[in-house]
Design a protein around this ligand. Structure first.
Ligand SMILES: Cc1ncc(COP(=O)(O)O)c(C=O)c1O
Length: 430
């Protein structure tokens, strides 16, 4: 049902009629017993299948381009061919990259835990030298960053996200005033969940933040998980923080992450961490207590499969993903567009759409959806400690569902948004 006037302009009769119609629709769906899920930020089966032929990339040849036998132990920083792939993916020289195992999240944990207990610079600086330890968390943001941070006993201070990145004035004010603030989480391209891309100015300001910060061990944690995950090509450019940090003299304080989790196999990819030689040395030392070398066979497979054809491969993903994001946008704008009950993002890539409903309604909408068989990411998950102060943000993850499932799921979601908004609006009537 499409409307042409904002809900706030509806008369009492119009609201009551609308509510009755929406209630009927809701009860009908309840009877249908659907089981849908828009909470899974993972690639669909047809996406992972794009990399099935990677299996043939070894074909009995286990030596990388430098002659390393990938079947054996060693090469703790990863094989040269994988680091060259990291260069292609991250736009950072291979010499500044460690290619690791299948998870960048693991490497983020390695970096934060190392910063806490052993320091990243081979000197006396450790985050744990004084308590409390705090990190800036742009919100809405990635729930696993928050969970990781919390698990290490680090406090999180929210910073607002805008359409071109975090509010840098706020970030600067906080970091410069409090030496307990040791870093900031960033997802600079197709941010999780808003889908925004940091502007050149934000990148430049982020690169100098370690200098502005009161702490002398401040770290920009640059999780470029969606570096090449555009829907249109050539892809959108993100200014290089590596270059900006070199220019600003802060290279020791910027650590970047990426992985092929959403390029090849989410459960069997290759992850990368990039920084200055000093930081890589500290990480290598910690890693050497955990393993004798990464899975180099998988690294070689990836380097051979993706090397030189990354964009072509991402175009194949885009062909599968774009129609899904189109369904999300079309349904949101058709169903909610004129009612003025929600705002949402229209990302040009990545994995998520961020939906903001009227304050106080997100939890109610998520549980209304659950009641009729649609699982959404729990309201609040995009905020530290699971607490969205406005209770308004809902993360939509459209990638895993089929097109048909997504159509139905979006109808249900928008129905729940409308119904909750109408109920709320009726409450305001005299
Ligand atoms: C921003 C962000 N970083 C990291 C990850 C996980 O990456 P990995 O599979 O390399 O651990 C995700 C997955 O959703 C993500 O959205």
């Amino acid at each position: 049902m499409s409307q042409t006037i904002p809900l706030s302009d509806f008369t009492q009769t119009q609201l009551t009629e609308l509510q009755a119609g929406l209630d009927r629709e809701y009860e009908l769906i309840k009877g249908n017993r659907v089981a849908l899920n828009l909470s899974r930020g993972k690639p669909a089966a047809d996406q992972v299948a794009l990399s099935d032929s990677m299996e043939d990339a070894i074909a009995g040849d286990y030596f990388d381009s430098t002659g390393t036998d990938v079947r054996n132990y060693g090469e703790i920083r990863g094989i040269a061919d994988a680091r060259a792939l990291g260069e292609e993916l991250m736009g950072v020289p291979a010499a500044n990259i460690i290619a690791g195992g299948n998870s960048s999240l693991f490497l983020m944990h390695l970096v934060t835990a190392t910063a806490l207990t052993h320091g990243l610079w081979g000197d006396e600086r450790r985050w744990s030298n004084s308590k409390p330890v705090k990190i800036l968390a742009p919100v809405p943001g990635y729930d696993r960053h928050f969970a990781l941070t919390q698990s290490l006993g680090i406090e999180m201070i929210p910073v607002s996200m805008g359409s071109d990145g975090p509010d840098m004035e706020q970030a600067r004010a906080l970091a410069s005033a409090d030496p307990a603030i040791k870093g900031i989480w960033c997802v600079p391209k197709y941010s999780n969940p808003t889908g925004c891309i940091y502007s050149d100015q934000v990148v430049d300001e982020m690169a100098v933040l370690p200098d502005v910060a009161a702490a002398d061990d401040f770290v920009v944690l640059w999780d470029n998980a969606y570096a090449v995950h555009d829907f249109n090509f050539p892809g959108r450019n993100l200014k290089s923080i590596f270059d900006a940090a070199q220019a600003a003299g802060t290279a020791d304080h910027v650590v970047q992450f990426a992985s092929t989790s959403k390029i090849t196999f989410a459960g069997g990819g290759v992850a990368f961490v990039a920084s200055s030689e000093r930081v890589l040395k500290a990480l290598e030392e910690r890693l050497s207590f955990m393993m004798i070398g990464p899975d180099k066979v998988n690294q070689l497979r990836h380097a051979r499969f993706l090397g030189g054809r990354l964009e072509q491969h991402m175009q194949a993903h885009a062909a599968l993903l774009k129609p899904k994001f189109d369904i999300v946008e079309d349904t949101l704008s058709k169903q909610l567009g004129d009612l003025d009950v929600a705002q949402w993002t229209q990302p040009g890539g990545g994995y998520f759409v961020s939906l903001d409903v009227k304050p106080g309604l997100a939890k109610a909408i998520v549980s209304m959806a659950k009641e009729v068989g649609l699982t959404l990411t729990p309201a609040g998950a995009t905020y530290p400690y699971g607490q969205d102060p406005d209770d308004s943000n809902i993360r939509i993850a459209p990638t895993f569902a089929s097109l048909e499932e997504l159509q139905t799921a979006m109808q249900i979601l928008t129905l729940c948004v409308k119904l909750a908004s109408v109920r709320e609006q009726i409450k305001t009537l005299p």
